[in-house]
Design a protein around this ligand. Structure first.
Ligand code: GDP
Length: 297
């Protein structure tokens, strides 16, 4: 992820480091190149503008330009502001501070990786955090969806709610929560239905499930390969449903990283997890400073 951006920024930084003294004009020039690199990485324009303004405001200070290593200082400012843009030091862990069974609702468009991510997260809760998880598919529109989650449950050793044909999403949600309570599960994960596009019927259905399940976390699953579309989808789910965190999938195939870079700044919702492959253990915590470090190479 971020390969092209890392390369571009690396070139800018090499130039900055190579100079002994820096003028305001040099910083301006460097920032123009950083701006271009971010836009090419498909970062949202207002986010880029805000970022450049902040870096410039700090970097043209007398102390920076008159320091012994001005280039190095500017690079540090870029790093710090990048961390801020990605969400700073906010806690990005999935909160389980609620009475068991803690309900986690997964939402997003069809094909975003919702069901796979549900299984990945559940598997990790079980193996790393020693929590017992029950997963339930609420996707009654796509015939194979419930079966798909059942198979993933078998592969990961995570329990799934038995399928009852003909039940509606809200009924399944109620049954899942009741089964989790009776079965002594710590967490119940609700994999809601997706659609190719956001439509009113989808939002209505998810809103009804939310009202019944009262999820402690609502995780929006978005495909990083769709760039700014992923950001727009997240904004719409946030406005209509309420979202507590984002799971960004397919980051393994995304050389640009525009969604990862814009998501938090545009929506205000933190990215919590990154999907990094098709395998069921290909899941990473999102830490702003680590990601910024990776971008800057
Ligand atoms: P859903 O319709 O949103 O439930 O999407 P699925 O979970 O069925 O995923 C659709 C496809 O994307 C599957 O083939 C997954 O294996 C794949 N997928 C999901 N997450 C990732 C990821 O992080 N990286 C890669 N490379 N593939 C993923």
């Amino acid at each position: 992820m971020f390969e092209s951006l890392t390369g571009r920024l690396g070139d800018v930084f090499t130039k900055l480091r190579g100079r002994g003294a820096l003028s305001e004009k040099d910083v301006d020039e460097a920032m123009r190149e950083v701006r271009r690199a971010l836009l090419e990485a498909d970062v949202a324009l207002p986010v880029v503008k805000d970022f450049i303004d902040k870096v410039k405001a700090r970097a043209v200070g007398v102390e920076v330009l008159k320091s012994i290593t001005p280039g190095q200082q500017v690079i540090k400012i870029v790093h710090d502001e990048l961390v801020e843009m990605l969400g700073g030091a906010v806690d990005t862990s999935i909160s389980l501070h609620a009475a068991a069974p803690v309900a986690i609702m997964m939402v997003g468009l069809q094909g975003s990786g919702k069901t796979t991510s549900t299984a990945k997260i559940a598997k990790r809760f079980e193996s790393r955090d020693k929590r017992r998880v029950l997963m339930a598919s609420l996707d009654t529109r796509r015939p194979a969806a419930q079966e798909q989650l059942k198979i993933l449950g078998e592969q990961t050793g995570v329990a799934t709610l038995p399928i009852i044909a003909g039940q509606q999403p809200v009924q399944i949600a109620r049954r899942a929560i009741e089964a989790a309570r009776l079965g002594g599960y710590d967490i119940v994960m609700l994999d809601t239905a997706g659609r190719i596009h956001i439509d009113e019927a989808l939002m209505q259905e998810v809103a009804e499930v939310r009202d019944v399940a009262q999820p402690h976390e609502t995780l929006l699953v978005a495909d990083s390969l769709t760039g700014q579309d992923a950001v727009n989808v997240a904004q719409q789910f946030k406005d209509r449903i309420g979202v507590t965190g984002i799971v960004l999938t397919r980051t393994d195939g995304d050389g640009r990283g525009g969604a990862a870079l814009s998501m938090r700044a545009v929506t205000g919702v933190p990215i919590k997890l990154l999907g990094t492959g098709e395998k069921l253990d290909a899941l990473e915590d999102f830490k702003a400073d680590r990601v910024a470090g990776r971008i800057l190479g």
